[in-house]
Design a protein. Structure first.
Length: 268
């Protein structure tokens, strides 16, 4: 499965995801109910029904869906979520986050996506916060309630290259076991956390050459432009990723190695 994150963040990202699903190797995407281009993403989804759509749960950077005065522990002074996962986790560990507010916001996001007519095939999250143990408990409960069978395994199969990636790997390994114990589904392998926003054709070819037998998910972030106001600090190269995902060499490698491209919808 090749899953493009951040569907709904911006129109140029939406367009890049659709282009890579039509002419590249992207098979699934994850929509942000909080994204400024959410309605545009919904329209494109309805026009491209073969693209599986999951939900990209959000607790950082964006504005909430739920009434802000009722989820104040999740918000900074500017009325938006805390700026990144580090800030959120620090707030949580200091006892300043109300778990009930997380569940209310997540439920509002899921309801918004479902009410738009999208059949949600899987769950993942912005900055992988769904694998933080207290949040994973909430996600598992909501996944069962809404009959969503698949949750991302965020343990990158590549070697961690930073302390943050190492911490993510440790939490995700425990999270994968919890997902399976709760009789939910997740991929055997996951790739891309260490290359977010900087996948190249060469990196894609390396990942494909290393795929073991079993079910893998490759995370990606394609887009038609690198200018995303409010997100330029990420320094993502969305255009480069789009090129890599539509590369002739990448598509030939998939065929040569006998790799079967699947979407989350294929696994329902």
């Amino acid at each position: 499965m090749v899953n493009a994150d951040d569907f709904g963040l911006a129109e140029h990202i939406n367009n890049g995801i659709i282009e890579c699903s039509r002419n590249g190797i992207v098979t699934s995407t994850s929509i942000m109910a909080n994204g400024e281009a959410f309605e545009h993403a919904v329209y494109l989804s309805m026009s491209n029904p073969t693209l599986a759509v999951g939900i990209h749960l959000v607790l950082v950077e964006e504005k909430p869906i739920f009434a802000s005065e009722e989820i104040s522990s999740l918000l900074s002074a500017d009325g938006k979520f805390h700026k990144n996962y580090r800030k959120f986790v620090l707030q949580f560990l200091s006892g300043r986050i109300d778990r009930r507010e997380i569940e209310n916001e997540f439920r509002a996001q899921i309801e918004k996506v479902l009410q738009a007519g999208i059949q949600v095939t899987h769950i993942d999250s912005h900055q992988h916060l769904h694998i933080f143990p207290p949040i994973l408990e909430i996600v598992l409960r909501l996944a069962k309630e809404y009959d969503i069978k698949w949750i991302r395994n965020a343990k990158d199969s590549a070697m961690p290259t930073s302390l943050g990636q190492f911490g993510l790997s440790v939490l995700a390994k425990t999270g994968k076991r919890k997902i399976l114990r709760n009789q939910m589904n997740t991929s055997d392998y996951f790739w891309g956390a260490g290359f977010s926003g900087r996948l190249t054709e060469q990196i894609m070819l390396i990942i494909l050459s290393k795929l073991p037998n079993g079910l893998s998910e490759i995370m990606c972030h394609p887009g038609e432009s690198n200018n995303t106001p409010g997100y330029n600090h990420w320094q993502y190269n969305w255009q480069q990723e789009e090129d890599a995902l539509m590369s002739r060499s990448v598509k030939q490698r998939v065929e040569k190695q006998g790799i079967t491209l699947l979407s989350y919808a294929d696994l329902q």
